[in-house]
Write a protein that binds this ligand. Structure first.
Ligand code: ADP
Length: 257
């Protein structure tokens, strides 16, 4: 396999997104290389979700340029091609609760299969072996036939990870993937997410509330505040004073409260 360690998986220049009365992203420029593990932090409303959704091509930027794995984001309109480039997990695991675990894992292949094969897979699970292996990797081999909604939050997030293992996108986006989990389960998921993406040399970008987790599991921290880049540093260069400044309330907000 070709080694492309220095390849930029995400490249953006002067990227902005405006809502009616609000600038959600303000002229952001940076790039992320293959294999990097980036934590995206910043106060609520900073623009983290908007940025991740822009990388997922769910949101179209109003200004600027965005390239994903070498392809302009605006050209990634084919679902199958997009699924090979970008995969996402969220806080609300977006799994189908009524279906057995295996169907949710196999959904990682939907873009590859086309509509009829996907429908068929709901009756006779195809590629059972691949799904079983993915579930083994996330420690859920014994839950393959269980109804997904009966699993705990941490287990459901593992199912979402197993689904990503089948999808195998080059870029993995995670929007607050551990926000609804207790600390032990949160660490378990972050450990697994970072380990599995490292094994596949995938690029991982995760928004997080917890600076502690960002420091522990990621190599680079990008902080945004009010839609603007606040800092972009290797994890060992992130100091406590700069974090205090990041999360400090603006003067105006202090007066208002
Ligand atoms: P974060 O994920 O960092 O909490 P978001 O990306 O959700 O921040 O939001 C950034 C800003 O954009 C916030 O001020 C939010 O209110 C605003 N915003 C997000 N989505 C919309 C929308 N659909 N319509 C209007 N404003 C929005």
């Amino acid at each position: 396999m070709k080694k492309l360690t220095s390849q930029n998986m995400i490249e953006m220049r002067n990227l902005s997104k405006f809502y009616e009365r609000k600038i959600a992203l303000s002229s952001l420029s940076f790039s992320i290389k293959k294999g990097e593990r980036v934590a995206l932090i910043g106060p609520s409303g900073a623009g983290k979700t908007t940025l991740l959704n822009t990388f997922a091509t769910l949101i179209k930027p109003d200004e600027g340029e965005l390239t994903l794995a070498g392809i302009p984001a605006s050209k990634l309109t084919n679902r199958k091609e997009l699924a090979k480039k970008v995969g996402m997990i969220r806080q609300q695991f977006d799994l189908v609760g009524q279906l057995p675990v295996i169907h949710n894992v196999l959904a990682g292949r939907l873009a590859d299969w086309g509509f009829f094969k996907s429908l068929w897979s709901l009756i006779i699970p195809q590629e059972k072996q691949a799904a079983r292996e993915a579930l083994e990797k996330v420690g859920l081999a014994d839950k393959i036939t269980e109804q997904t909604s009966k699993l705990s939050g941490g287990e459901q997030q593992r199912v979402a990870l197993a689904r990503l293992l089948l999808q195998k996108p080059e870029i993995i986006l995670a929007d607050e993937p551990v926000a609804s989990l207790d600390p032990a389960r949160a660490e378990d998921i972050l450990f697994m997410l970072t380990k599995l993406t490292q094994e596949e040399n995938q690029t991982l970008i995760t928004s997080l509330h917890s600076v502690e987790y960002a420091r522990k599991y990621f190599t680079r921290i990008i902080a945004i505040k009010n839609g603007k880049l606040f800092f972009d540093l290797p994890v060992h260069e992130v100091t406590d004073p700069i974090l205090v400044e990041l999360y400090s309330l603006e003067e105006l907000e202090l007066h208002e409260s």
